[in-house]
Design a binder for this molecule. Structure first.
Ligand code: NI
Length: 389
């Protein structure tokens, strides 16, 4: 059966590329995936899936194949607010919007797997759930899917992300921490406004803010182990409106990335202490606010990672490459709070074809010749997981 699945994935290669190009030409931003989700729903219905709507513009296809475990496969569908600069026949037809993270490929690969799984339905024992989620890019689509209860009966969930860092033909499967937890923060430093030429009559929140920005980096470099990576990036600083007025307030925003919960708790506590303490020392008041958009770290289940490596090795469809943890985050992690999960990296870089630009770049692209590998891995993992249990 494994060979049959791989053969079908190869045969569906053209279909997957055609779907991917269609999604690429008509990108939709988070929670606006109307056209994309309609296309997905219609394809799923054609293959005999029970189709549900989820998280607004998401789609879930369910294939019941008798008693057995429930395995979920996930793709994300949203694009980014980027003007595409690629000169390719399938370039984005929508000004200012582009699939620059490969979610078009994810959706297309999973549609390919949907066809394979439907055609081998008789050999499956259990339930397949195909999750086409909206709003991965800063919209927490996965969180909504989980909150709506779609993961409650799921035993294992697999996701695949294309990667511009890995050559086409390579697949990265890593157990344990893969992607970071992300937290956003806002800091407000309040002082006392005044004339720029009379700072002694004012309390300058800008100077305090500058000290606080530097103090955060000392938490990273002096207080947490360098073997347990932590990133604090202040990415926005706003204060004042003109040359000669000391403002009342300085506001900063930024992101915190951590790989484990202990480090996260520690850093959040210390940033609050540093903010309030430094502000006070500079006669200001400081407030440290953690925004509610927390994304957990993506921690791959070791058993599923071992299982996936064996499956991929046994069919010889791709080379297993080593992947290191990355400090980007992915809302796939919300699924792993409900079920065992594995997030796999699929290489789509190709130097010869000039496909080398990083994700979220106006010239990002994927080597489409690798997409059938993703289709095959999706279908193989679902088939083997159900067969094993
Ligand atoms: Ni992405």
């Amino acid at each position: 059966m494994e060979d049959v699945i791989v053969r079908m994935a190869r045969e569906l290669g053209e279909y997957v590329i055609e779907r991917r190009r269609d999604f690429h030409m008509y990108p939709e931003l988070k929670y606006e995936e109307y056209r994309t989700s309609e296309a997905v729903a219609s394809e799923l219905r054609k293959s005999g899936y029970e189709v549900r709507r989820a998280a607004g513009t998401g789609v879930i296809g369910v294939l019941r194949c008798g008693e057995g475990p429930v395995v979920a496969l996930r793709a994300d569908m949203d694009a980014l607010p980027i003007q595409e600069e690629n000169d390719v026949p399938y370039r984005s037809r929508v000004p200012g919007k582009m699939h620059a993270c490969g979610h078009d490929a994810h959706t297309a690969m999973l549609l390919g797997a949907a066809r394979i799984l439907a055609s081998i339905k008789g050999s499956l024992k259990g339930t397949i759930k195909l999750i086409f989620q909206p709003a991965e890019e800063g919209g927490l689509g996965a969180k909504k899917i989980v909150e709506e209860g779609h993961l409650d009966d799921v035993d294992a969930v697999f996701g695949i992300h294309v990667s511009a860092d890995l050559p086409a033909g390579c697949v990265g499967v890593k157990e344990g921490p893969l992607l970071a937890a992300a937290d956003s923060f806002t800091v407000r430093i309040r002082g006392k406004g005044g004339h720029g030429a009379a700072p002694h009559q004012a309390i300058d929140p800008v100077v305090a803010a500058a000290d606080i920005i530097n103090a955060y980096q000392k938490i990273v470099s002096r207080e947490v182990s360098h073997l347990n990576p932590v990133i604090i990036s202040v990415t926005q600083v706003t204060a004042g409106t003109t040359f000669n007025v000391i403002p009342q307030e300085a506001v900063m925003r930024g992101t915190i990335r951590t790989l484990d919960e202990d480090a996260r708790t520690y850093v959040l506590r210390r940033m609050k202490e540093v903010t309030e303490g430094y502000a006070k020392a500079m006669r200001c008041s400081g407030e440290f606010i953690i925004e509610p958009d927390h994304v957990p770290a993506t921690i791959n289940d070791p058993e599923l990672a071992e299982f996936a490596k064996e499956v991929i090795k046994s069919v010889g469809i791709a080379e297993l490459a080593e992947v290191k943890p990355m400090m980007i985050s992915e809302d796939f992690s919300f699924y792993t709070t409900k079920a065992k999960g594995l997030f796999i990296i699929l290489g789509t870089r190709n130097e010869e074809k000039g496909i080398t630009y990083p994700h979220h770049h106006p010239k990002f692209d994927v080597d489409e010749s690798a997409l059938y590998i993703g289709t095959a891995i999706h279908a193989l993992l679902a088939y083997k997981y159900l067969a094993r249990h």
